[in-house]
Design a protein around this ligand. Structure first.
Ligand code: NAP
Length: 270
């Protein structure tokens, strides 16, 4: 089986010489993943919609870890934008070894009032985006005989939650895509795994708290406490905890971990 060209796989920077693409790498879980992969030595491309936020994240990560970090502005729900983004990556990087499909987001509504547009947005943002980005990179990984693909799903990819049917359906789909592709690529040196965070302290969680406040009249502290109570450890997950798991899955030594949906949720989904 092919291995990435770097010789320092046992060093403190085992991903040195590798290149990782992180969608939604400018904030929250994606930014923490980008930081962790950079700490492990990988050069990065960060994809997101806001140029300013991407530039800021890229500058911070470069400053901390001295790796090359390139921001690429693209909306992962826009197929033409994704094709153009990956074309621009191919012009710079001969062989990206790592793809993290992280960009995503949730909308909530009682099912009876879930509009077709919300449904389509949830599926496109959380599932079709991963299909599009992964298709852009698999041919190069097949040529190299090496790759690491990690899809950031959710505990909502493994179990149901009230009022987020479209998000749950999309994340279950992402776990299904992970499992199918893992089998298809199993003999090609490429692993495909999903990471399933529980409620994690990011802007997205703040939005969920805000929603609960608006719809129920509870205080923000009460809403946060309720979300934390779903975790048997009675707390919210930190983005760095998700990132550490992703970093591990991206190591050359994680070659036997394939097709898994790894929960980072304090034991919420067993
Ligand atoms: P977040 O704080 O809202 O950050 C989302 C990131 O994705 C940002 O960098 C954002 O940048 C980017 N993004 C959003 N829409 C995009 C689009 N259409 N095209 C390109 N980039 C886009 O979210 P997060 O909490 O870190 O969530 C990251 C992933 O973890 C998502 O897939 C989410 O479903 C999953 N997750 C989150 C939680 C949680 O509790 N936070 C739990 C389980 C799973 P721009 O806005 O500039 O585009």
């Amino acid at each position: 089986m092919a291995q990435p060209s770097d010789s320092s796989s046992s060093s403190a920077r085992p991903l040195a010489g590798q290149h990782a693409i992180v969608t939604g790498g400018s904030r929250g879980i994606g930014a923490a993943i980008a930081d962790e992969l950079a700490r492990l030595g990988a050069d990065l491309t960060l994809i997101g919609r806001s140029a300013d936020t991407l530039e800021q994240a890229a500058g911070d990560i470069h400053h901390r870890h001295q790796v090359a970090v390139t921001p690429v502005v693209a909306d992962v729900t826009d197929e033409a934008a994704i094709v153009a983004a990956f074309e621009s990556i191919r012009e710079r990087v001969q062989q990206p070894e790592i793809l993290i499909n992280n960009a995503g987001g949730a909308t909530s509504a009682p099912f009876a009032r879930l509009e077709r547009e919300q449904w389509d947005t949830a599926i496109t943002l959380n599932l079709t985006s991963a299909y599009l980005c992964t298709q852009q990179i698999v041919p190069a990984m097949l040529d190299a005989g090496y790759g690491r693909i990690v899809n950031i799903a959710s505990t909502a990819g493994l179990t149901g939650y009230r009022y987020v049917a479209a998000y749950c359906a999309a994340k279950h789909g992402l776990v299904g895509l992970t499992r199918a592709l893992a089998l298809e690529l199993a003999r090609k040196g490429i692993t495909v795994n999903a990471v399933c965070p529980g409620f994690t302290e990011t802007d997205m969680l703040d939005q969920s708290v805000q929603n609960i406040v608006e719809k129920t009249g509870r205080s923000a502290d009460q809403a946060r406490a309720e979300l934390a109570a779903g975790n048997p450890q009675g707390r919210l997950i930190q983005p760095q905890e998700v990132a550490a798991t992703v970093g591990w899955l991206c190591l050359p030594t994680a070659a036997a971990i394939n097709g898994q949906a790894v929960s980072v949720d304090g034991g919420e989904v067993l």
